[in-house]
Design a protein around this ligand. Structure first.
Ligand SMILES: C[S@@+](CC[C@H](N)C(=O)[O-])C[C@H]1O[C@@H](n2cnc3c(N)ncnc32)[C@H](O)[C@@H]1O
Length: 283
């Protein structure tokens, strides 16, 4: 007689298997993937621990488990994530938006209100631009990226969140930015130094786009050098440049901003206490 695989048995087996593969959040990931396969939420799984899986359900679930075992991020497997409590589709063409980046949105919302003009540099999935357009109904947002595939996805995400009318997506190279002047320029640019790329977790190194990760120059700070210099022409007087930075980069970027003549340069920590956002204002 064929073995019966119940919800609980499948979860236990998968959690062990993921642990062997070095995935720390094994049980949780197993629950998320099984819930997705069965069209339940995670609480629903707990209410149906004894439910047997059909052969088709088991086959579909196994396909997802095999992908996760290759260290593919859950968000790419599900094709979905949340940023600023807004639903976003994500594919391997774009960086998975991180909770840390919400700190950049929080800072931006302290700096501007009303009918302002905003530029989001390196928009990726559109996360920052969409969150700002959502919170600032009178703002006009321009969102640029070098990746055409990212721009297509970002525009789709803006439609899904009802802000397409107020975001203009266009292809542009951050090293040759034109336009504005804007009241606010935000950016979460690629910032990982090339020499650190091999150290990244397999989920990041082997699955997220290197175009979104690897920063230029030996220290990874090339984008910040360019943005600090470009701020003079991109911003209105009194306008703010706000950027996300990697661990250990904040003070160097703050110095770059000050050397480029920006005023009131400051750092903001993320919720883990790591300096994560650098801001500066055009005088
Ligand atoms: C770290 S990701 C940030 C994505 C998104 N803003 C977020 O916070 O989740 C950096 C983005 O910059 C884009 N990018 C890389 N090089 C670029 C360049 N030279 N000009 C414009 N965008 C660039 C990448 O395609 C990627 O979408």
């Amino acid at each position: 007689m064929a073995e019966t695989w119940t919800v609980l048995k499948v979860l236990r087996w998968t959690a062990d298997y993921f642990r062997e593969k070095g995935i720390e959040s094994g049980r949780r990931d197993a629950e998320v993937l099984l819930a997705d396969t069965l069209g339940l939420d995670r609480v629903g799984l707990y209410l149906h621990f004894d439910r047997p899986l059909s052969a088709d359900e088991l086959a579909a679930y196994r396909r997802l488990v095999a992908r996760r075992a290759q260290r593919e991020p859950l968000q790419y497997i599900l094709g979905e994530t949340e940023f600023w409590s807004l639903p976003l589709r994500v594919t391997p063409e774009v960086l998975i938006p991180r909770a840390d980046t919400e700190v950049l949105v929080e800072e931006a919302l302290k700096k501007v209100t009303g009918a302002v003009g905003i530029l989001d540099v390196g928009t990726g999935s559109g996360a920052i631009a969409i969150a700002l357009a959502h919170e600032l109904p009178e703002a006009r947002v321009e969102a640029v990226d070098i990746s055409p595939a990212a721009l297509v996805l970002a525009e789709e995400n803006s439609g899904r969140n009802g802000v397409t009318e107020r975001i203009h997506f266009r292809r542009a190279d951050l090293y040759q930015l034109q336009g504005g002047p804007y009241d606010l320029v935000v950016a979460n640019p690629p910032y990982i130094p090339a020499t650190d790329m091999d150290e990244l977790m397999p989920e990041v190194r082997d699955h997220e786009p290197h175009l979104a990760l690897r920063g230029g120059d030996a220290d990874g700070l090339a984008a910040y050098r360019t943005l600090a210099t470009a701020a003079a022409s991109l911003l209105v007087p009194g306008g703010w440049l706000l950027v996300e930075v990697g661990i250990g980069q904040a003070e160097a970027v703050q110095r770059l901003f000050a050397e480029a003549g920006l005023d009131d340069c400051y750092l903001r920590d993320d919720y883990a206490g790591i300096p994560r956002v650098v801001g500066g204002r055009k005088s």
